[in-house]
Design a protein around this ligand. Structure first.
Ligand SMILES: [Zn+2]
Length: 477
């Protein structure tokens, strides 16, 4: 017996000498103390607050004086900071990072907005692509996003493999609900005019193309084989209710929810009639359709991606970046180099506002008002797949949430959309979305008050996932 114990101790010691393995196993008990804790469900603020964490899960939440802290517990004191549940991005694309502008290329090729970046992503090495996803995942987590629902554009199994690598502790990142490949009809593909001899082979790397109810069912089964967590279907005007209903029935039989991309009124109606679990984007939804969604208990998933001149800023940043790169190549030509650098500055200083985006914003304001008034369940995602010069993927993503407030959503509802509500949309309400006993200890903290200033969400200074501290800017050095 004694000998066995010694052996065990020796092997534990061996484990701890490989530092990264140790970092993965959470300290058994941790107490996180903070000046304030916001409960998004009720809007109540507990002050001061403490969260007792055991084996990666919340054990108790309350006033610090009322919590019995076991001896040897690790104490994390965040001073006057405010704790919130870890943020959930209900709609993202970690394995895509599109560089804009592609206008000139689009004008020549008569193709979709994703080309050529989408094509490059599909035909380049899947290994390279999944490593991009590793970076995006880490950056999301560092900005406070502790769970994402990744809805396509990941190759065949990039997102499920990334999810598994994160869960196994090989790379840092948020919890991922992975959709695998998006289901689409042949009529709706993001890339067209491909070489006919190669088209199907290329598209199959990214999409599960179906035609008819039986093939829709088959497509779902293929994703089930790849062990996905959710099914994503792109609905367009040609998709029929029986086709989508077959996919949904097959998904539900496998206990998977179905997120349906639908933007125009016809596609939205198809998604409603077929019984989707969530409608993604939904920009053109009518009040009557919102009523139907509410009656069926469907989720509306906001994606305010372009709101607030987002693409104008992306264009500016990318143009300036191109000019600076050009200047670097002119090292021997001081005068021209200076000209390109000056041009880059001018682009950055310009107030480039796109008229299209302004009218877009007004439509979005009314959408937010109508959804809130309808009483339909809602959550939010970033739909992020864009390269934003000078920002990490995480910084770009969390910058999208406050735009919902600009569009007229009360701060508390914005926070609900990416915590409690999102957890319910994902079907993970028993695991994440709130700081409550039994749930994963996924916490973030900010210095200020996000109810008074929702842009506090862009300045998350403490991140904990499953009881592990990912980031702590409050720690004294
Ligand atoms: Zn999307």
């Amino acid at each position: 017996m004694r000998k066995l114990f010694t052996l065990l101790a020796a092997s534990l010691l061996a484990l701890s000498s490989t530092g990264h393995l140790m970092a993965q196993s959470p300290a058994p008990v941790t107490l996180v103390k903070a000046g304030r804790l916001l409960d998004p469900r009720t809007g109540n603020v507990l002050s001061p607050a403490a969260v007792l964490i055991e084996n990666g899960r919340v054990k108790e939440v309350g006033a610090p004086a009322k919590i019995q802290v076991p001896a040897g517990a690790k104490i994390v004191d965040l001073g006057s900071a405010m704790l919130l549940p870890g943020l959930i991005d209900g709609h993202t694309h970690l394995l895509m990072d599109i560089v804009l502008p592609a206008e000139a290329e689009r004008a020549r090729r008569l193709n979709g907005g994703f080309v050529p970046a989408q094509l490059l992503a599909i035909v380049e090495s899947p290994g390279k692509r999944v490593l991009l996803g590793v970076q995006m995942a880490r950056e999301d987590l560092e900005s406070g996003i502790t769970t994402v629902r990744n809805l396509g554009h990941s190759g065949i199994d990039g997102d499920t493999e990334l999810r598994d690598a994160i869960n196994a502790g090989r790379v840092p990142g948020p919890r991922i609900l992975a959709s695998g490949r998006k289901l689409e009809t042949h009529a709706e593909t993001y890339v067209q005019n491909l070489n006919p001899a190669l088209a199907d082979a290329i598209l199959q790397q990214e999409f599960l193309l179906f035609d008819g109810a039986d093939s829709a069912r088959q497509a779902v089964r293929q994703n089930v084989f790849h062990n996905v967590d959710v099914i994503k279907v792109t609905a367009e005007e040609n998709l029929t209710v029986p086709e989508l209903a077959a996919a949904i029935e097959e998904a539900h039989r496998n206990h998977l929810k179905v997120a349906v991309h639908a933007v125009d009124k016809t596609s939205i109606q198809t998604a409603i009639d077929a019984g989707a679990d969530s409608i993604e984007h939904g920009n053109d939804i009518t009040d009557e359709q919102l009523k139907q969604m509410r009656d069926k208990g469907m989720f509306f998933d906001f994606t305010p991606t372009s709101y607030g001149h987002f693409f104008a800023k992306v264009f500016e940043g990318t143009m300036a970046e191109s000019l600076v790169l050009r200047a670097e190549r002119l090292e021997a030509d001081e005068r021209n180099r200076q000209r390109f650098n000056d041009l880059a500055q001018q682009v950055l200083n310009s107030e480039f506002v796109d008229g299209f985006e302004v009218s877009d914003n007004q439509l979005y304001n009314s959408l937010v008002q109508r959804v809130l008034k309808s009483g339909v369940k809602f959550a939010a995602g970033t739909d992020m797949n864009w390269h934003y010069p000078g920002k990490t993927r995480g910084q770009t993503s969390v910058g999208r949430f406050p735009t919902l407030h600009e569009a007229g959503m009360p701060s508390l509802d914005v926070i609900r959309a990416i915590t409690t509500n999102a957890a319910e949309m994902l079907g993970w309400q028993d695991k994440i979305g709130a700081i409550e006993p039994g749930k994963f200890a996924d916490l973030v903290a900010v210095s200020g008050d996000p109810i008074a200033d929702i842009t506090e969400l862009e300045r998350v200074r403490f991140v904990m996932k499953g009881g592990q501290v990912v980031r702590n800017d409050f720690a004294s050095h």
